[in-house]
Design a protein around this ligand. Sequence first.
Ligand code: UD1
Ligand code: CA
Length: 485
Amino acid sequence: MSANRPAAVVVLAAGEGTRMKSATPKVLHAICGRSLVGHVVAASRELSPEHLVVVVGHAREQVTAHLAEIDAEVRTAVQHEQNGTGHAVRMGLEELSGSGVALDGTVIVVCGDTPLLTGATLERLASAHATDGNAVTVLTAEVPDSTGYGRIVRDAASGAVTAIVEHKDATDAQRAIREINSGVFAFDAQLLTDALGKVRTDNSQGEEYLTDVLGILREAGHRVGAAVAGDHREILGINNRVQLAEARRLLNERLLERAMLSGVTVVDPGTTWIDATVTFEPDALVHPGTQLLGATHLAAHSEVGPNTRLTDTTVGEGAVVSFTVADRAEIGAGAGVGPYAYLRPGSRLGAKSKAGTYVEMKNASLGEGSKVPHLSYVGDATIGDHTNIGAASVFVNYDGVNKHHTTIGSHCRTGADNMLVAPVTIGDGAYTAAGSVITKDVPPGSLAVARGQQRNIEGWVARKRPGSAAARAAENAHQDHQSDQ
Ligand code: UD1
Ligand code: CA
């Protein structure tokens, strides 16, 4: 738990985000497996705040439902009209006091559209705030282009922060300042509450600016401090989809770097995309063009890609998965998948098993060492250990109304081109003949043959296709055969 545990974190997420030009509220757009606000909530959670309040407004039903899904402990406060960041924080604090919470200590304020902000940076802000005994500490950053941001105005002599001036309200000299307000603050809870009551709306936007709290506290003789972010890219706020893509790229880079430093080989970071929730063991190897999503886990010495997308899929130690799409699959140690396999939800591959080329599986388990090497569909099935499924076989699981299950034992050999019509059971050690349509159970150790008997009608081509190339070829074959004797 954090040494500087805040009384509350208030996340501002009431704005509409018109520049996204989207039917989806801005903070619900996703990068690396989490919504924008989801990343901010996850970073805030690292501080273990006593209370976490998200201020919602635009599309609040949708945003509130999403928050309940990702974090059951999050509280929401409604800001009916977007009257500014100061007003939004006031709504957050009133939600808490209205439910009987008396805040004592530090309140951290963050924006819901800054997904790159880390828990570590929030920790540094909270600790600088506590160490310096400030009434407010603002997280600032030096940016190459400060257009649009609030500028940090410092006293020329002491270097102390005197005010934050919004771009629209700034003089030309102030606009030249490259140190900007990230929108992240640590406040003394009581002083913040008092100062918010004094914020006015006589500015170019007619809004209650949270940034005015700094000047109010400073004039009342309180300490105002700043913590400069180590990396300005961390405070990137998302306003449009160009910034969304930029943030995704930066976060992906950071996640891949963390994976590589923990012992994962990433052959081409430029074409590898991973979610924040993916986990790895050392010596996993990821080939180019791979997307690893959700709760995917790669065990030690596994090898994934190229051109593979795994969602909520576990890959066992030493397994090799190439050119594959898998969703909610479990791939056992030493198993082989692909090239060109499609593992749908509920595919479970035992140790050293194989789902090979052009194989689709769904709700099916393959025992240890069992193989489906080529061109097959395996749906709703349980297959024992060390069984081989012949090429081009279909588990016929659907009668048009209901799905049915197929059970195949251990050490079986089903022939190529089998139709296994469920429900059906094949016992241990049984064989089936190539081209069979299996509709009845096969007892252990039997050979099932279920296909038409072959009949050869001699001389048919000469009689029915006289003078054809086929007839001449057949005639030549007969003569060669006779002269050989
Ligand atoms: C704000 C800061 C600016 C800072 C910048 C950093 C103020 C007055 N300005 O400007 O100094 O450099 O962030 O990105 O604080 N929001 C609400 N309710 C409102 C208004 C805003 O919830 O009534 C939320 C928005 O959804 C957003 C955040 O507050 O998540 C910031 O609001 P935005 O309008 O983007 O502020 P900026 O003009 O970017
Ligand atoms: Ca903004």
